[in-house]
Design a protein around this ligand. Sequence first.
Ligand SMILES: Cc1cc2nc3c(=O)[nH]c(=O)nc-3n(C[C@H](O)[C@H](O)[C@H](O)COP(=O)(O)OP(=O)(O)OC[C@H]3O[C@@H](n4cnc5c(N)ncnc54)[C@H](O)[C@@H]3O)c2cc1C
Length: 276
Amino acid sequence: MSPTPNAVPEGGPRTGGPESADPRPSEGPATARQPRRRAVTATANVPLTPTIHVLTFSLPPNDSMEFVPGQYVTFFFRRDGKSVTRSYSIYSSANLHDRFSLLIKRVPQGFASNRLCDLTPSPAATETILGPLGKFLYRPPGDRHVVMVATGVGLAPFIPMLERLQAESPATPTWLVWGNRFMEDLVGRSDLERKERSWPNFHFVPVLSRPPPDGSWSGAVGHVQAQVRARFPDLSHADVYLCGATPMVNEMQDLSLELGCPRDQIYVDRWGEHSG
Ligand SMILES: Cc1cc2nc3c(=O)[nH]c(=O)nc-3n(C[C@H](O)[C@H](O)[C@H](O)COP(=O)(O)OP(=O)(O)OC[C@H]3O[C@@H](n4cnc5c(N)ncnc54)[C@H](O)[C@@H]3O)c2cc1C
């Protein structure tokens, strides 16, 4: 984990980006918009499971926010007289500029995740954010494959990325390897399965580390690392995107290098020791 995982210098992106400057300017990401502080209003709070919610916030009528798929927003809270910040990746379409959604997992005793998951949508439910932020950005793949690896709600930034990839580069062979413990954690699974049916070059690989004992799970079992090792003997022609808990991202980064992926084709978003 970075020493201060949620400390965000105002106006500037923080951890969670690729570890090198964009090496391919001609194929670089769309320019990220300048981050600004904004007042946003909670308009929806949908529990997908007892611990995972989709929160939707609208911007004021005179504001709009463009972002590059993969970016996040940072919330500013007050706690014991001090400012506390927490970051959340944007889960909704980058085509929406007047609102955004987040996929938030309640952390036991977690300050911000519970506060957000307990929000009752109303015109009075306003929060302050800074955004859009981050260098974990969708990049046009050129002639490379794309391999996305997430654990838990680390899925969030990949949803707008997949939408953009499908729209702009449907011929690109694209994989999403998504690890979770339990089957009930696979929120939005049916949407991803639908996407797989409608987009022949998209391959969705959900992986469970604790599949149901009744045999009702016929998918991959174990950890994402083993799935990637088994499925991709050569990653030299892939763009690899990794998002979620820091230990998984670090292990996957090492594995991607071992499987031949050049360092400058690996993009990482580390959320902390436990998150994702
Ligand atoms: C760039 C970025 C993007 C992020 N995007 C998302 C996102 O889209 N959705 C999302 O849910 N989170 C996301 N996170 C994580 C989020 O910022 C918070 O760290 C998380 O919600 C926990 O904050 P909290 O205030 O609730 O918990 P804290 O009050 O900070 O933590 C309480 C305790 O729980 C431990 N803890 C922290 N996280 C976890 C965990 N996941 N499981 C178990 N214990 C934990 C802490 O070490 C601490 O002991 C992102 C983080 C980063 C850096």
